[in-house]
Design a protein around this ligand. Structure first.
Ligand code: MN
Length: 286
């Protein structure tokens, strides 16, 4: 099932170019009082909600996708865990452009040596918002990535068991200001994390390790790759991440970007397509 959020917190199931409004199913969510949990409530309850969503989808009001405003598919992710240089050819590309990375050798080591990094959740926008260039005097790059949405609390999970902890998948843009600062700083400007267009539940993507995807900027192909070229696949990333962090429902893992990263400036449009997920277009503004 493709689950979207839209029009001020409504929830829908995407069916072709239509959406069924299944917001009423959220009445099944537990009511909370302060202090709130550190996870996303809808994602945590998704196994309980899905049967009701399936049942409601056949009779719920149908809307055209073109007539609604899609929102961030995960409302309250606790953290964004991201993988640096996790495609072999991108690592080669980074090494060839060492001057861009100010000779910081740490950027160029294999992922298991340098580990993962975190992006601020305040940087997240949904699929109908725009990236706003925060530092126009620097180079600002696009990075298309497969995003994993964690479905249940994970700690010290093995790679072979890891996919059982996945709620689903989305397309992510890990926007980046080039420069000498730490990744978490340069990649956490407001609007520099994009997630959308919806969440595809894990049952629809039994093998996240063979998904083709493409990013065009102003109709020109910039990145075109397949998740089979990941250095650490989804299961290994969850194993690696959960050996350091407890992962909570709704936490996001940005799995890394392939070769072809390049600059965007105000006025550009980024069009992403991802096997099994769909398509998303994001404007870049100044
Ligand atoms: Mn990235």
């Amino acid at each position: 099932m493709k689950i979207c959020r839209f029009d001020g917190g409504r929830v829908g199931c995407v069916d072709g170019d239509e959406v069924t409004d299944v917001t009423d199913c959220l009445k099944k969510l537990p009511s909370l009082s302060y202090p709130f949990p550190r996870h996303d409530l809808m994602i945590a309850e998704l196994p309980n909600l899905l049967p009701a969503m399936h049942a409601a989808a056949s009779s719920a009001p149908r809307l055209r996708l073109s007539e609604i405003k899609l929102e961030l598919p995960v409302a309250n992710p606790g953290k964004i865990v991201a993988a640096p240089v996790n495609y072999k050819k991108h690592l080669d590309e980074v090494r060839e452009q060492a001057d861009l990375h100010h000779g910081n050798e740490a950027h160029m080591r294999q992922i298991r040596e340098i580990g993962l990094f975190l992006k601020a959740t305040s940087s997240l926008i949904g699929p109908t918002e725009a990236v706003r260039i925060g530092m126009p005097d620097r180079r600002n790059d696009h990075e298309i990535e497969l995003a994993v949405v964690i479905g249940k609390t994970a700690k010290n999970v093995s790679a072979s068991d890891a996919l059982n902890y996945v709620a689903g998948y989305s397309i992510a843009f890990d926007m980046t200001v080039r420069g000498p600062e730490d990744r978490s700083f340069r990649k956490s400007l407001d609007t520099y994390s994009v997630l959308g267009p919806w969440l595809v539940t894990a049952d629809e993507i039994p093998d996240p390790g063979n998904l083709g995807f493409e990013l065009k900027v102003n109709s020109e192909t910039r990145q075109k790759a397949n998740t089979q070229d990941l250095v650490l696949g989804v299961g290994e990333l969850i194993e690696f991440a959960s050996s350091f962090y407890t992962l909570h429902p709704g936490d996001l893992i940005f799995t890394g970007t392939p070769e072809g990263v390049g600059p965007v400036v105000a006025g550009d449009r980024m069009d992403a397509t991802f096997d099994g997920i769909g398509a998303m277009s994001i404007n870049v503004l100044g």
